[in-house]
Design a protein around this ligand. Structure first.
Ligand code: ATP
Ligand code: MG
Length: 292
């Protein structure tokens, strides 16, 4: 860690107790991706019905360049955790430290399910949006946008508006927009959840290819065990509400990964059983507790 470590404190959003700490720490020069360290992270929400504990004692490290997938029952705090990683909210207790490259604070970009593109902007403008905010010049914006349009296979749709695209195409635009700003950390909250299976498989392949080229640290949330096994270096299984880390599973499939090779690997079935075995209890508990 460098001596001139700068910290970026996320503003307190009003309902968050002061105890928690959220810091962004720059890494030594030359690093290419963010590192995440969560220690005893707790998150409470002050609601009309009283305090809701969304996360309790989450301890987790994600190494630079790692593809980390989080699975867990609905309501266990996955989105809450991702929002804190993005600096959109602060922990109520514990420490959450995102370490980036260079001297500035690490950058991140978030892809939400189906909500990540601006309908009033063209595809090209959507992809360039973050670059414009960063003050990137017109020429460079065009270069980066052209490259990403090719990467996501939408060269011919640069001037289209989102409503003229399919859901899968819109999600590709959302991913390109996140990648355009070259973030140290890519945060993805069920980005393929609403897609048909074939589009989903294609986008998984594309994401793997992009990730293998760029080496970003990725935290990816999904409800799909298949998807988690296809993408992850490690799968983090969270317990039912309040969320804790229940299990962490290493996924050993070789990189670069081919979807078909992963699915036909004999270890796929045993890992699937392992993840589902661990997750099943939590899903049942979550349903029982919410009366469903
Ligand atoms: N802003 C908020 N105010 C109050 N409670 C909240 C807020 N955000 C989340 N919660 C509560 O925190 C818990 C975790 O919510 P979160 O959205 O993180 O779950 P999740 O794991 O992402 O669920 P899903 O899989 O359904 O997306 C829930 O009980 C939710 O009601
Ligand atoms: Mg969520």
């Amino acid at each position: 860690m460098t001596g001139d470590r700068s910290e970026y404190a996320i503003p307190n959003l009003g309902q968050t107790p002061e105890r928690g700490r959220m810091a962004f720490e720059p890494r030594s020069q030359g690093a290419t991706a963010a590192r995440i360290e969560a220690r005893g992270v707790r998150k409470e929400f002050d609601t009309r019905g009283g305090l809701v504990t969304a996360l309790d004692d989450v301890t987790l490290t994600v190494e630079p360049g790692e593809f980390c997938v989080i699975v867990g029952p609905s309501g266990c705090g996955k989105t809450t955790f991702l929002r804190m990683l993005a600096g959109l909210d602060t922990p109520s207790d514990g420490e959450l430290i995102v370490t980036g490259r260079g001297s500035g604070e690490p950058s991140n970009a978030m892809v939400f399910q189906g909500r990540s593109v601006f309908p009033w902007l063209t595809v090209r403008q959507n992809i360039a949006y973050g670059l414009k905010l960063q003050g990137t010049g017109r020429e460079e914006r065009r270069e980066i946008t052209d490259r990403l349009l090719t990467v996501i296979g939408l060269d011919r749709f640069g001037e289209s508006f989102p409503h003229q695209l399919s859901e899968g195409m819109r999600q590709r635009v959302a991913i390109a927009r996140a990648l355009a700003v070259d973030p140290d950390l890519l945060l993805m909250d069920e980005p393929f959840g609403a897609l048909d299976e074939q589009t989903r498989l294609l986008l998984q392949e594309e994401l793997l290819r992009i990730w293998e080229q760029t080496g970003k640290t990725v935290v990816f949330i999904t409800h799909s065990i298949d998807e988690s096994l296809t993408l992850a270096d490690r799968i983090v299984i969270m317990s039912a509400h309040p969320g804790r880390v229940k299990d962490v599973i290493e996924v050993p499939f070789a990189r670069p990964r081919e979807l078909t090779a992963v699915r036909s690997d004999p270890e796929f079935a045993s890992l699937f059983s392992h993840v589902w075995g661990s997750l099943r209890d939590e899903v049942v508990r979550a349903r029982r507790e919410s009366g469903r």
